[in-house]
Write a protein that binds this ligand. Structure first.
Ligand code: NAP
Length: 265
C-alpha cells in the first residue's frame, strides 16, 4: 500500500458488507480515516470490519446510517465529521438487489408497489441523500472532494426490472450531480460493477444454486471470473485519489468485460 489517502477522511455507506467493506479496508490501508455508515441491523458486521481495520493499524469507526432518511444521513455525516474531521471522499455503496419479499427477477408489468418503492428508495433516493449530505459538508468546508456512486452493469442492460431502472437513474443522478457540484470543487463519478462476489450475489441468484450461477456468470465475462469486492475497491481508490483529479461525471466498469460485450461499453 502506498498512503494514497494519507490525512483524508472517508464516509462509506453500506460499509458493513461487500463492496463498501472492501472500500473501507482499502481506503484505511491507504491512510484514510474511514467511517462506515450502515443500518442498525448491520452493526455487528460493521464492528467486525472496524476491528479488522484497527488490527491492521488503520483508523475506522462505525455509525448508524439509514440512507432512506435524509435527516438521519445528515446526522450521520455530522457525527462522522466529529470523529475524523474533514470528509473528502464519500462512497455511496448502500444498496439492495430486491425487496426481501420479492425476487430479483420480478417483472415490471405486475410489480408490487412496495417492491418498486423500496428498491428506488434505497438505491436512488438513498444515493441522493448521501450525495446531498456529503456535498454540503464538502462545500461548506471548502473541501475539494470526491463522491462515488454505485451504479451497475444493470444500468445499461434492461434485464433486471426495477433494479436496472434504479441503477440507470443512479447513473444519470451522478452526471447531474457532477454538473452541479463540479464547479464547486466536488467531483462525482460512478462505478458500475458486473457480477461481484458479495452477499448481494445470493439475492441476485434468485434461489438458484449460487455457485453454479456464479460459474455461469463468470463464463460470460471475457476475463473468465466473477469480480471480488477488492476489484471494485481498487477503482474506488482511484476515484477517491488525486489520480482521478480530471474525471467528473464518468462511469467506470470493473466487470471483467461484461459492459463491453453486452451493453455497448
Ligand atoms: P451488500 O454486500 O449487500 O452490501 C450492501 C450494504 O448496504 C449492506 O450492508 C446493507 O445492509 C446496506 N444497506 C441496505 N439498505 C441500506 C440503507 N437503507 N441504509 C444504509 N445501508 C443499507 O451488497 P454489495 O454487493 O456490496 O453492493 C454494494 C453496491 O454495489 C450496491 O449499491 C449494489 O447495487 C452495487 N452493485 C453490486 C454488484 C454485485 O454484483 N455485488 C454489482 C453491481 C452493483 P443489509 O445487509 O442489512 O441490507
Amino acid at each position: 500500500m502506498s498512503d494514497r489517502l494519507r490525512g483524508t477522511g472517508a464516509f462509506i455507506t453500506g460499509g458493513a458488507s461487500g463492496i463498501g467493506a472492501a472500500c473501507a479496508q482499502r481506503f484505511a490501508a491507504e491512510g484514510a480515516a474511514v467511517v462506515l455508515g450502515d443500518l442498525e441491523s448491520s452493526d455487528e458486521a460493521a464492528t467486525q470490519v472496524v476491528q479488522r481495520i484497527r488490527s491492521a493499524g488503520g483508523t475506522a469507526h462505525t455509525i448508524e446510517c439509514d440512507v432512506t432518511s435524509a435527516t438521519a444521513t445528515v446526522d450521520a455525516f455530522e457525527a462522522a465529521a466529529d470523529l475524523v474531521g474533514d470528509l473528502s471522499c464519500v462512497v455511496a455503496s448502500a444498496g439492495i438487489a430486491t425487496h426481501p419479499n420479492y425476487g430479483f427477477d420480478a417483472g415490471l408489468l405486475n410489480i408490487a408497489p412496495e417492491h418498486w418503492n423500496k428498491v428506488l428508495e434505497v438505491n436512488l433516493t438513498g444515493t441522493l441523500h448521501t450525495a446531498q449530505a456529503g456535498g454540503a459538508h464538502m462545500i461548506q468546508r471548502g473541501i475539494d472532494g470526491s463522491i462515488i456512486t454505485l451504479a451497475s452493469f444493470a444500468a445499461k442492460r434492461p434485464t433486471r426490472g426495477v433494479y436496472s431502472v434504479s441503477k440507470a437513474a443512479v447513473w444519470m443522478l451522478t452526471r447531474a450531480l457532477a454538473e452541479e457540484l463540479g464547479p464547486l470543487g466536488v467531483r462525482v463519478n460512478s462505478i458500475a460493477p458486473g457480477v461481484i462476489d458479495t452477499p448481494m450475489t445470493v439475492a441476485a441468484s434468485s434461489g438458484r444454486d449460487v455457485e453454479a450461477w456464479k460459474e455461469a456468470q463468470a463464463a460470460r465475462t471475457t476475463l473468465g471470473r466473477v469480480g471480488q469486492p477488492e476489484d471494485v475497491a481498487a477503482v474506488a481508490l482511484f476515484l477517491a485519489s488525486a489520480d482521478s483529479a480530471y474525471l467528473n461525471g464518468s462511469i467506470l466498469h470493473p466487470d471483467g468485460g461484461l459492459a463491453s460485450s453486452f451493453a455497448g461499453g
